[in-house]
Write a protein that binds this ligand. Structure first.
Ligand SMILES: NC(=O)c1ccc[n+]([C@@H]2O[C@H](COP(=O)([O-])OP(=O)(O)OC[C@H]3O[C@@H](n4cnc5c(N)ncnc54)[C@H](O)[C@@H]3O)[C@@H](O)[C@H]2O)c1
Length: 253
């Protein structure tokens, strides 16, 4: 095994924003681990990214809500690349509906994935990142700053705000060891899920677009560029921050 110059692990990278982030790293020659609960899709994404960019890419199955599975991801990534320089926590989900009808099960599902999963993965990779003086970027959301409307997403909003606090605490704790921890809060981003919302619920999409000063969805590749900036030495003075990339949405709300 030849150790690559740098390696990045991206959770939830089999599709959507995570895949765009993995592609952005790979385009700069960084070896990437596509870590996702959907192994087949992760392996397919890794093969395509490797073919398109020439960078090394591997798909590894992980359930981020299970710390034993996270431990296997950590050893799998280190076995493959010998180092981890960048971690991006992108696996996440949302369940909508009136809060009074939000069941224990729905609440736990969202908290386990968005918040506990992000913590387990940060904790699991911390020793490797301390060794490499690496970076973490957690994917939060505009939901951390403003209530998602018109549909209500109580667990999502709460967990995405908690990610900002988690990011701050870990950043302050690990700064002396050379690890930077930041978050990105995307606005409504042009993924398959959002395309489905646009098709099935055009009023919701109209509301989101009309409340966004740029009057458009963000593109996954644009979010990836922000993540990349926060992972590279150009941003070396920045840690503990949540950077909003939303076309002005939170400022205008
Ligand atoms: N799309 C948007 O408009 C938007 C806006 C703001 C924030 N975000 C955030 O960006 C991130 C990615 O969103 P997306 O739109 O690309 O969603 P997506 O559903 O396309 O991607 C989420 C990925 O996470 C994976 N995943 C689900 N459960 C997992 C688990 N237990 N362990 C490991 N992987 C798991 C899924 O298989 C999927 O590939 C999420 O955290 C989301 O909250 C999205």
């Amino acid at each position: 095994m030849t150790e690559p110059r740098a390696a990045a692990v991206i959770t939830g990278a089999a599709g959507g924003i995570g895949r765009a982030i993995a592609t952005a790293f790979a385009e700069r020659g960084v070896a990437v681990v596509i870590a996702d609960i959907r192994l087949d899709a992760a392996v397919a994404a890794a093969e395509q990214i490797a073919a398109e960019t020439g960078a090394e890419a591997v798909g590894i199955a992980v359930d981020v809500t299970d710390s034993a599975s996270v431990a296997e991801l950590v050893s799998g990534a280190l076995a493959r690349f010998g180092r981890v320089d960048h971690l991006v926590n992108c696996a996440g989900m949302s369940l909508d509906g009136p809060s009074i009808e939000h069941t224990d099960e729905a609440w736990s599902k969202v908290v386990d994935l968005n918040l506990s999963g992000t913590f387990y993965v940060c904790r699991g990779f911390a020793p490797a990142l301390i060794e490499s003086h690496g970076t973490i970027v957690n994917i939060s959301s505009i939901a951390a700053f403003s209530a998602t409307r018109p549909e209500v997403h109580v667990g999502y909003d709460a967990t995405k705000a908690a990610i900002a606090a988690l990011t701050r605490t870990l950043a302050v704790e690990w700064a002396p060891q050379g690890v930077r921890v930041n978050a990105v809060a995307p606005g409504y981003t042009n993924t398959e899920l959002l395309k489905d919302v646009g098709a099935s619920n055009p009023e919701t999409m109209d509301a989101w677009l009309s409340q966004t000063p740029q009057r458009r969805l963000m593109e996954p590749a644009e979010i990836a560029e922000v993540v990349l900036f926060l992972s590279l030495p150009a941003s070396r003075a920045i840690t503990a921050q949540t950077i909003i990339a939303d076309g002005g949405y939170t400022a205008a709300k």
